[in-house]
Design a protein around this ligand. Structure first.
Ligand code: PEP
Length: 251
């Protein structure tokens, strides 16, 4: 049985004050939730602020990215040890904005994933197709390539520490959500692929989040799918009432 996992990606939004208020507000609103794993991913500079504001809440902190080297002359980059030092549990890897806006390749994504696994942080590996790729009926091909490349050298045992997030790029921040059927179709395809790459048990146990304009109004429909185990939420994670409503709906 896969425990639902809802994560909020705050992207490059919120100042320190609002980040702390949002975190404290969520901690209060969701204090009794035990049946859903919850994480928030603020920008690097407010990770510590958010971790402090969450206090002993069960809500975990995640980073939006990480670098694959452990230390040294990599100006501007952040290591896994630094993330652990400021209270992170999770790290997003290969978010579509990193792939398509910042030019991150599958090879870089894989290096980051391996370094996160080695550090003991828990990666959330994001994959998803562009609109033109969906229209050209290349969704399966694109997602398969991203998963195979992203998970290169990852063992079946390590898969138990990984969450996958299927995020069709055309649905991120656009207000266009994939239909429940579109999400389920790709999630089922991913699980079948994992069974081929690893084994049936491993595939069955991996949590696959959906991301792309998820909001309170479509949470139930998306989460009703057999292979949708959670959500990666951008815009709707920026307000206590929206994000808390989604989690309570799943609970
Ligand atoms: C995201 O950033 O991963 C995301 C899914 O954003 P939004 O919910 O705003 O589409």
């Amino acid at each position: 049985m896969r425990k639902p996992f809802i994560a909020g990606n705050w992207k490059m939004n919120n100042d320190a004050k609002y980040s702390a208020e949002l975190a404290a507000g969520l901690a209060a609103a969701l204090k009794d939730v035990t049946t859903v794993d919850i994480a928030v991913c603020p920008t690097f500079v407010y990770l510590q602020t958010v971790a402090n504001a969450l206090g002993d809440s069960s809500i975990k902190v995640g980073a939006q990215d990480v670098y694959f080297e452990s230390n040294g002359a990599f100006t501007g980059e952040i290591s896994t040890d630094m993330l652990k030092d400021v209270g992170c549990t999770y790290a997003l890897i290969g978010h579509s904005e990193r792939r398509h806006v910042l030019g991150e390749t599958d090879e870089i994504v894989n290096k980051k994933l391996l370094s996160v696994l080695k550090s003991g942080l828990l990666p959330i590996l994001c994959v998803g197709e562009l609109l033109e790729e969906r229209e050209a009926k290349k969704t399966t091909e694109v997602v398969t390539t991203q998963i195979k490349a992203g998970l290169a050298s990852v063992s079946a045992e390590e898969m138990s520490n990984i969450t996958l997030a299927y995020e069709p790029v055309w649905a991120i921040g656009t207000g266009k959500t994939a239909t429940a059927d579109q999400a389920q179709e790709v999630h089922a395809m991913i699980r079948k692929l994992l069974a081929e790459m690893y084994d049936a048990d491993t595939a069955e146990n991996v949590r696959i989040q959906y991301g792309g304009s998820a909001k309170p109004a479509n949470t139930a429909e998306l989460m009703a799918n057999a292979d949708v185990d959670g959500l990666l939420v951008g815009g709707a994670s920026l307000k206590v009432e929206d994000f808390a409503a989604m989690i309570k709906n799943v609970e």
